[in-house]
Write a protein that binds this ligand. Structure first.
Ligand code: SOE
Length: 394
């Protein structure tokens, strides 16, 4: 299949119409990329196509993959479908943008790495947090040695949308989302972000996983991510096997140490990712609840705060922000900038590939497996996926 070398000539098809599928559609359109097709179970696809003005609606993803008007396939379904759909999309000659985590386990992710290498298509995993301007700025500052050697990294990803035992979503079920939940769903965002900033993967972990609501109530009927409970809803009780919160100690390949807190039962924290980097020259920290501000900590001088898109912020996010300072760029903009970088690569551009690759997606699932093993064994566990252990292309 021939890939157009103009970003605006590329056409996207999106599989999945839940919370995140429409976020992809909106970001693509802000870039001037046409979304020609959408897919979900019959009924939902038609509804989304009409709400979002998308020309083609499919009830079977294989029909979207066979569609000649789709160059790039976005997979925004529950995790259990990611592997099957990714492999089929590559076989159909499409480029792929897959939601995180890449798949349910490393057996699946290793197959996707091999298939993507053999297909010679661009395969990106949607770790969008990389594209907050402050994260891009931090990466550049660390690479230039402006913080010195990195001593340790600290942070958290906190949410409260699963705080109540009546809060429900497919992610709660291991058969839909995988054995890990909070860690896989949001913890991997933090770990990918930290590795991206440091330029170093995670080598070993020591984890403590916990489930606050060991029994939850499932509404009879489907519920969207972040949906609020309805007083008239009827429920059925079920046992919860996945983690509500976790604490993880980390060792990075460059010798830095890290500690991460993750929770989906943290009242008041809607969607809060925070990272603090402590270097031998100075520190830097950032939080998504105040996305425009990058803070620097000094041992002797006064601490400093740089506002996005001012000289003090640095140039790490150049070309990946569109608004002047004070005109806040946040969550939806990270999708836009991620897709700008991905689609430029698909169109054959030479800009640095900053998006998470299929190997990065594989690495995050390998870290999840080490976290599970560490929690079970109550000891440090090495991640079985150093760069040297990565699967080779077929
Ligand atoms: C739910 O926890 C969720 O939608 C995650 O799946 C996303 O990756 C995160 O960006 C927002 O929260």
């Amino acid at each position: 299949m021939h890939t157009p070398n103009d970003l605006h000539a590329l056409r996207a098809g999106v599989i999945g119409t839940g919370f995140i599928g429409p976020v992809h559609v909106e970001a693509l359109r802000r870039l001037g990329i046409r979304v020609t097709a959408i897919c979900d179970v019959a009924g939902l696809a038609d509804k989304a196509a009409s709400a979002l003005a998308i020309p083609l609606a499919f009830g079977d993803y294989r029909d979207l993959l066979a569609c000649p008007d789709v160059d790039v396939v976005h997979i925004t379904t529950p995790n259990r479908f990611h592997a099957e759909m990714s492999l089929a999309a590559l076989r159909a000659g499409k480029h792929v943008v897959c939601e995180k985590p890449l798949a349910m386990n490393t057996r699946e992710t290793a197959r996707i790495v091999k298939a993507a290498g053999a297909a010679g298509r661009v395969f990106a995993v949607n770790y969008n947090v990389r594209f907050y301007p402050a994260v891009l700025a931090l990466r550049r500052l660390v690479a230039r040695g402006e913080l010195g050697d990195i001593i340790h990294v600290n942070g958290s990803y906190m949410q409260d949308w699963l705080f109540k035992d009546t809060d429900y979503n497919w992610r709660l079920l291991p058969q839909e989302g995988g054995k890990l939940r909070a860690v896989a769903d949001i913890g991997t965002h933090w770990m990918d972000t930290a590795s991206f900033i440091l330029g170093a993967g995670i080598d070993s972990v020591m984890a403590d996983l916990a489930t606050w609501h060991t029994t939850r109530k499932r509404p009879l009927g489907e519920v969207l991510t972040f949906a609020q409970a309805d007083a008239k809803m009827k429920y059925a009780a079920y046992e919860v096997e996945t983690d509500d919160f976790a604490s993880v100690l980390l060792r990075f390949a460059n010798g830095a140490r890290g500690n991460l807190g993750v929770s989906q039962v943290a009242a008041g924290r809607k969607n809060c990712i925070r990272i603090e980097i402590y270097g031998s020259k100075k520190s830097a920290w950032w939080c998504s609840e105040e996305p425009e501000m990058l803070h620097f900590g000094n041992r002797d001088g006064a601490n400093e705060t740089a506002v996005r898109a001012t000289p003090a912020f640095g140039d790490g996010a150049a070309g990946l922000m569109d608004y002047p300072p004070g005109h806040v760029e946040g969550f939806p903009d990270t999708f836009k900038m991620n897709f700008r970088n991905i689609y430029a690569a698909i169109a054959g551009g030479t800009a640095e590939r900053l998006f998470a690759s299929v190997r990065d997606g594989h690495q995050e699932v390998a870290v999840c497996e080490a976290i599970l093993a560490s929690n079970q064994a109550r000891k440090w566990v090495n991640v079985q996926c150093g760069r040297s252990q990565q699967p080779k292309p077929e």
